[in-house]
Design a protein around this ligand. Structure first.
Ligand SMILES: CC(C)(COP(=O)(O)OP(=O)(O)OC[C@H]1O[C@@H](n2cnc3c(N)ncnc32)[C@H](O)[C@@H]1OP(=O)(O)O)[C@@H](O)C(=O)NCCC(=O)NCCS
Length: 156
């Protein structure tokens, strides 16, 4: 699995919650730099239902496409600020076997371009701990530039 395969994003809904997704949220390696440190199907249901009721929030699954199937490997989120032409994004590649192969970078590129095309938003921000080296590298490869407090990307 060294070759980078095509990825695609799909709207993430409560029906997509499965044991694999819950196990990622509870995995200390995965959640080390995330706000959520433990989750159940019930808490995930509430979280995703709230996102999907909120017109300013969107959540997508990250999927790797193979010839005859696709594999769900993570999720990403977007918090939209139409007034300021700005969006805060988040990402989790939950399947650790896919780390370090460029999928995080591809997913961020797909998310930012999707938000730009769908909402005409061109400024992207996120907060990331400096010690989360994989995340910082991944965001920088996707075009984000470090500022004093966050990383930002402007698509024009
Ligand atoms: C952060 C995350 C999205 C990165 O996804 P990914 O698919 O592994 O990212 P990429 O492969 O596109 O890029 C990661 C880069 O960091 C590098 N890297 C990873 N760990 C590293 C380390 N400890 N030291 C130095 N470089 C490291 C990789 O080699 C790669 O760089 P390269 O392409 O130059 O080799 C993924 O690790 C993840 O979901 N982690 C858990 C949740 C999380 O922390 N989310 C971000 C919250 S801000």
């Amino acid at each position: 699995m060294n070759k980078l395969t095509k990825i695609f994003l799909a709207k993430f809904d409560i029906y997509d919650i499965n044991n694999k997704y819950i196990s990622w949220l509870n995995d200390p390696d995965v959640n080390k730099y995330l706000e959520t440190k433990e989750a159940s199907k019930q808490s995930a249901f509430r979280y995703i239902r709230n996102i999907n009721y909120d017109p300013y929030k969107e959540m997508y699954s990250i999927n790797v496409e193979y010839t005859n199937e696709s594999k769900f490997i993570g999720t990403c989120t977007a918090q939209l600020d139409f007034k300021n032409n700005s969006c805060v994004i988040g990402i989790m590649i939950g399947d650790k076997t896919y780390w370090g192969k460029g999928y995080g970078t591809k997913a961020i590129e797909a998310l930012t371009h999707h938000i730009k095309n769908r909402h005409c938003i061109t400024n992207f921000k996120l907060a990331c701990k400096a010690e989360n080296i994989a995340a910082v590298k991944c965001y920088e490869k996707a075009g984000f530039k470090k500022t004093e407090i966050s990383l930002e990307l402007c698509l024009e």
